[in-house]
Design a protein around this ligand. Sequence first.
Ligand SMILES: C[S@@+](CC[C@H](N)C(=O)[O-])C[C@H]1O[C@@H](n2cnc3c(N)ncnc32)[C@H](O)[C@@H]1O
Ligand code: SF4
Length: 446
Amino acid sequence: MRRFARWIPQNLRQLDNISCVPLRSTKTSVGAKDVDGASFQQEAVLYVHWPYCEKRCTYCNFNKYISNAVDHRRMRDSLCTEFRTLHSLSHVTRIQSIFFGGGTPSLAEPETIYKVIETVKDTVDLPADVEVTIEVNPSSTEAAKLGAFKDAGINRVSLGVQALNDMDLTVLGRQHTVEEALRTLDICKKLFHGRTSVDVIFGRPGQMLSAWNEELQQILNLCDDHISLYQLTLERGTSFHKDVMDRKLMMLPANKMADLYEAAVQVLEDAGFSRYEASNFARHGAESSHSQAYWQGMQYIGIGPGAHGRFVPKAKNKTVREARIQTLEPEPWMYEVEKYGHATRRAVPQSQLDVLQEILMLGLRTKIGVPSERWLKFSHGPTLDEVFNNTYMVKLLQNEKFLILDDKGLRTTAQGLNVVDSIMPELLNVMDKYFELMQPKALNVS
Ligand SMILES: C[S@@+](CC[C@H](N)C(=O)[O-])C[C@H]1O[C@@H](n2cnc3c(N)ncnc32)[C@H](O)[C@@H]1O
Ligand code: SF4
């Protein structure tokens, strides 16, 4: 019997905000070295969190708030101030891409988007061809703002279509119909040709494989060159969670979820999409450079309520990367930014093991995995081979054709990528054991 369950990959929670990666507690310091070299410290990508939504979707526990009295001017000024401050605390001289996520950033005023981009331009080097993405919800009011977003500097959109079935949209608590989603998609494709991504959720209650296959064909007929597939996950504190607990709704069993995921991979790959990350598919070179920067371990600055960041701060110590999170709620966040210039709630120095774990967790979900050069950029000593080779678990994964470890690096096979979330804890365990025994100093930060 297979040792590895068809525990299929879930889209990283708040991928653009990497909240899935735990902040580890700080331990005693012992001279950690430079994590990734000077030029790496000068480059980063920027995540901007817009925390407001029109209404809560039933399944979503992202950091979002419903308000009909958003103070746009204050939000705008605070975002710009926080960027300037966090930048001044970092070594960053160049921003490689910008992502406006949320919440629902398409509810922000185009002027806010413009001002943030201008502030970045005034502060650091911003390449002329930089990717600037905004997440868009498909309502008519937001569709009407798309041209203004483009004028403000947006050149890529991620549209939350979620389902091509009105009943499922209702269960998910979405504020749009299929028709509205398709109308908005049409406008997006005209304005952002080749740079429109659609978000689709699968594993909805009662979803059947045959209907999903038909839906996928429809999606293929209508979409542009990028698709993000989200497996519906049950999140505590949501009304969806309550309905499942009260047995009013039922989550699909894991094997059905796996069938739906594998069907989607097949259909999308047959249509020329490459699964460049477990949940992300692109064709014609439409891969998101912003997402790839995270997966490769690049620094990122996160501004806005609840935004996460990873960068080496100038003060304290020049070489240790910190995991940062900004204050969650918009009001206190604005208050702190106005008072202190930024609203970092927590900044935790990362040990070498913390950083390498992130490199593994993010890299292994991608098609290319963790190349040896990337690993060595972040590792102060042990090679991939030293950490992973000759362990029982890695041998088993190789024998079962889930994993490849060679001089190019560590990566999953296509079959392994289907179950990457199931094998990841095993590999993290291998890593923990190696570092505990062989590199205890790597558990510390300086
Ligand atoms: C947090 S939303 C932000 C963008 C925008 N507000 C939207 O809804 O499209 C980003 C993506 O996360 C997905 N998402 C949020 N909670 C989820 C969950 N519990 N399971 C699966 N996908 C989820 C959303 O459906 C959306 O596609
Ligand atoms: S899924 Fe998007 S629109 Fe819905 S509540 Fe979450 S952030 Fe808001």
